[in-house]
Design a protein around this ligand. Sequence first.
Ligand code: SAH
Ligand code: SF4
Length: 357
Amino acid sequence: MKPNIKDFDLSELKELLLSSGEQRYRAEQVLRAIYIYRISSFDEIKIIPKHLRDYLTEKFKITVFRNISYQHSSDGTIKFLFHLSDGEAIESVLIPSEFVNNKKSGSRKTLCVSTQVGCTFNCAFCATGKLKFKRNLNTSEIIEQYLQAEKFIGEKITNIVFMGMGEPLLNYDNVKKAVIILLYPMFKLINSKKITISTSGFIPGIIKLADEHLPVKLALSLHATTQGLRDKLLPNCKSWKLKELFDSMEYYYRKTSTPVTYEYILFDGINDTQDDIKRLSRISKRIPSKINLIPFHTIDFTNPTGFSETLKPASGNKIHWFLRELKNKGINAFLRTSSGLDIDAACGQLALKSGLS
Ligand code: SAH
Ligand code: SF4
């Protein structure tokens, strides 16, 4: 099968063209045509000679998805379903302006991007985790979610969060290359520090991210302040102990000077006590950080392993109390409101089950 041109970054394409007897600068012309002019066939790149257009057409694919469908939420969120060339499918979610603390924050357009087909991490609360893991997405499949979402809305996407299906740090190389392309200054696709990678806590990936200084923000899906509870909620992350996890977050901060985010889903009667607040406040004071509280978006699954009952969302009152208590302790805490709930497009609900048109 032919490789996709969007799987290559600038230096790789330069090498490739050079080895085929072409000039290196042609690579920049080709990628400019793709990412700035958004061409859909090599024949449209009139700035390069015909023989090179023919060569590219023969050697590379440029189309990534077989088919795309979408669904609109009443709050403006759009969910995309992308069919991949091998018959698999993934979802992305466009949130027109992110709602933080119930206030619309400017004209932000955030795309929540998938990185894997399914997920190996089977977290107790997540619909994606219930899908069988199939494979990592290629760089082209990651970037194309962004290109297609922008094409669909006809406006610029300002922020990208790797919070769709899958664990981004388990697909490190392809995610890294997608980030590098999205941040190329000459294409002006996404501004630096407007990309967030969310991880369930894959420590070797956090360390690598820190060592390589990828200019992104890092969010850790924490959800528990004790080892016992975290092992139940994220059973496949058991081998990464909280102490080592916090050490790796500190290492990340020391290396990058970038404050981190802790994501914390509030489950009724499970992780919403005064003791959790005390421990969270200790955790968040260790390095510059913020805490994003996320309401639990219920999904249909039977009792998760390790819990006597189905997990339930904390009540609105409880969430606001929790938020207030954290703020009273001087913690930089926010409430992430749930967008796209009516179309199963909120965090953790992506499971390819709804009928998109
Ligand atoms: N695998 C990565 C990124 C994808 S999940 C990670 O786990 O961080 C994106 C976010 O959605 C994570 O913070 C995850 O914990 C959260 N999430 C998963 N299921 C959820 C649910 N049912 N309700 C609310 N948030 C959920
Ligand atoms: Fe995978 Fe993240 Fe869902 Fe856990 S929460 S199953 S790591 S996508």
